[in-house]
Ligand binder design. Sequence first.
Ligand code: PMV
Length: 351
Amino acid sequence: MNSQNLHDKSALWHAPSNIALVKYWGKLPGVQIPANPSVSLTLSQAKTKAKITVLPKREPWIELFFEGQKMPSFVPKIEKFFGHVGEHLSWLNEVSFKLETSNSFPHSAGIASSASSMAALSCCLVELDDLLHKRESTDFYERASFFSRLGSGSACRSLFAHAASWGKADSPDSFSSLKFVDERATAIEIHEKFKSMYDTIFVVSSKEKKVSSRAGHGLMSGNPYAKARFSHALENWNYALGWLKEGEWDHLGSLVEEEALTLHAMMMASRPGYLLMEPDTITLIHKVREFRSQTGHALYFTLDAGPNLHLLYPEEEREACYAFINQCQKELGGTLIDDRVGLGPMRGNHE
Ligand code: PMV
């Protein structure tokens, strides 16, 4: 096994973002070890394309081009990530790298790309590692999930079709054959209904967040509600897994909204407390709830650590829900990213 054999070899992958239904918020000691299990749907449109080319060892270790432009400001985060991966794949320290990445959505869209980019880069690294060892990993996506976690926790859920769960917990009855661990996510088989779900992302604001996710996770350690949140999340995770299997969207949708509001409640109750929702986030939440109670359409929202709403609905509700969302956008402004559940990472030069 000689890392020189990898010189000038490259790997190219596309990987999607994911949207958590039960949220990861707060860490245990270690590298991105979650304080509670989380579960997400894998998306398809919001994705990153990443190409890694291996070069002979030189300075700088990593050169990064984002959408064709050299981006030295992104390098420290990637160096830290490759440093962690290098503890498991030692050849990373014997070579240098050229990274070329691009996103399917504008960088300024207010959509975090760390999950999709860490997932795409991890797939490239596992492919190169397989090439070096002249093998094909049978657990390719599990390995990529493990490495993605070292870059950005929630990224480890982007490696699998439809849905994934991450975090150690006793398996619920509905998934008794699976083992859930902290080090990587596990693919879960969900009801057909959810495999064609839509997630129309309503971008309320594309401004940079005032408090990063990293700082937000950190603030959970001094949060007086943290302990209650972690046990509540575990309970919600159990319910969510059962409903994902059964195709029970109304119950799950309500829980998903509760999770989003609880996530933001944790931010508000941190010390110092902070608010990432914008006035239009609140306006939209009221509108979604009013639309649901007046029409009976099963449209539910969730939020990440930011002001933008992910509007989730099943395929059969597409026409009515999309028309409503479009109308809201006409009234409030903002932009829409029309996404839906997808199949996970793809190798090679597909668009
Ligand atoms: O993966 P991180 O460290 O960027 O944390 C993301 C946390 C949330 O997006 C708010 C929730 C989640 O589980 O994805």
